[in-house]
Design a protein around this ligand. Sequence first.
Ligand code: 13P
Length: 253
Amino acid sequence: MKRKKIIAGNWKMYKTAQEAETTIAEIANGINYNQQNDVWTATPFIYLQNLISRFGNTTIKFGAQNCYTKDEGAFTGEVSAKMLQSIHCSFVILGHSERRQYFFETDIIIHEKILAALNHNLLPVYCCGETLAQRNTKKHFEIVEQQIKEALYNLNADQISKIVIAYEPVWAIGTGVNATSEQAQEMHAYIRSLLQTQFGDAIADAIRILYGGSVKPNNATALFSQPDIDGGLIGGASLIAKDFLSIIESASE
Ligand code: 13P
């Protein structure tokens, strides 16, 4: 099956409001509108409403980097999926390894966030991936299997069909050391085989699995040409319009 690729930027906690506008304008102006892939950007929460109202009519879809499990209530500092839906946000990254590491998110909490996002028509981008120590001790398949199982296995067919998965080996994030295209393909094929067993061929075949971890203009083509890699979740290089545009072009080759 031919899956439409997604090139998604994750801006993390970078850029002022002015810088955010300038960068999105550069991307919107530079994009080749004949290219057929989905282009998504997850900015900090506070810029979303402005960016969606100013650039929502371009090909770029905007998303958040997190949301809370509940719709509303006395949860100081949190932002709900319901709120994100009310500003026409399209997707939300959930379970990023930085959320797991610094904010102690578990697969159980992430599963609840996935349900909240789906309830409010936000497409969840579910992140999974092993640490270097886990890979070095050959536990990487087991770890990723557990993450997929705990967060996704009890979704129904309709729910799982709306999920995008991002395989992001922790050792490749922000390090400049990407997984080789063979390593990434091997894990993506493994994730797809898990989905096949749990949800059947048609669903597994349609789910888009992105690779994240030091995707740059010079390695994007090799990664995106793998059969089970359906695009990328891009951190550092998504902050620079020229680099992000170049990665978008790589996905069209
Ligand atoms: P880098 O592209 O900076 O390695 O970050 C990847 C990432 O964490 C995307 O979510």
